[in-house]
Design a protein around this ligand. Structure first.
Ligand code: URA
Length: 209
């Protein structure tokens, strides 16, 4: 079974409170969503493999650590996932970015895949699938299905706010992947929104309605 971690560092909790507040406008929401993603990336990359290399410091020859060449792909689920990409790229600037487009039928809440564009060597990469909200889990499950179908094997899912229903569904459908969230909320309301949540993450990021 993959890991499940709530990354509740005080800085993350503080910033998440600002996102949850309905008075927070688009500009601040966008900046802070990326700041949280940046802080999460620090934890999510904790188990990246290292290798020893020999270098010379100005003082002596020594053995030092270097990332062991595991290449990274960040894959936002469109469109709200885009709001986490820059924050992660700040820590992993050489990462490639794929995109998976999913939309949720507003009546049935069932997700549909409409766009998949990934790095050609996705099977060689450590993949971070990002989406701010894990509600029913439907989009995340389908996005990970799409990635596995194209050869990805090393996948982690990273979200800001999750509902227990979504965590359960995702871990049942994809028990092999690690799941990281900044907060585990109470549940879903009848409209499929996470409670207390932060509203529609895409609308709040992009200033739409
Ligand atoms: N998607 C969102 O943007 N917000 C929710 O609360 C649930 C799904």
């Amino acid at each position: 079974m993959g890991k499940f971690q709530v990354l509740d560092h005080p800085l993350i909790q503080h910033k998440l409170t600002i996102l949850r507040n309905k008075k927070t406008g688009t500009k601040a929401f966008r900046e802070i969503a990326n700041e949280i993603a940046n802080l999460m990336a620090y934890e999510v990359t904790r188990d990246m493999p290292l290798e020893d290399i020999t270098i010379e410091t100005p003082v002596t020859k020594t053995t030092a650590k270097k990332l062991a060449g595991k290449k990274v792909a960040i894959v936002p689920i469109l469109r709200a996932g885009i709001g986490m990409v820059d924050g992660i790229l700040q820590l992993i600037p050489a990462a490639k970015v794929g995109h998976i487009g999913m939309y949720r039928d507003e009546e049935t809440l069932v997700p549909h895949e409409y766009f998949v564009k990934l790095p050609a060597d996705i099977d060689q990469r450590q993949v971070f699938v990002v989406d701010p909200m894990l509600a029913t889990g439907g989009s995340a499950i389908m996005a990970i299905d799409a990635l596995k179908k194209r050869g990805a094997t090393n996948i982690k899912f990273v979200c800001l706010v999750s509902a227990p229903e979504g965590i359960k569904a995702l871990r049942e459908a994809h028990p092999d992947i690690d799941v990281y969230t900044a907060a585990l909320d109470e549940g879903l309301n009848e409209d499929g929104y996470i409670v207390p949540g932060l509203g529609d993450a895409g609308d709040r990021l992009f200033g739409t309605r």
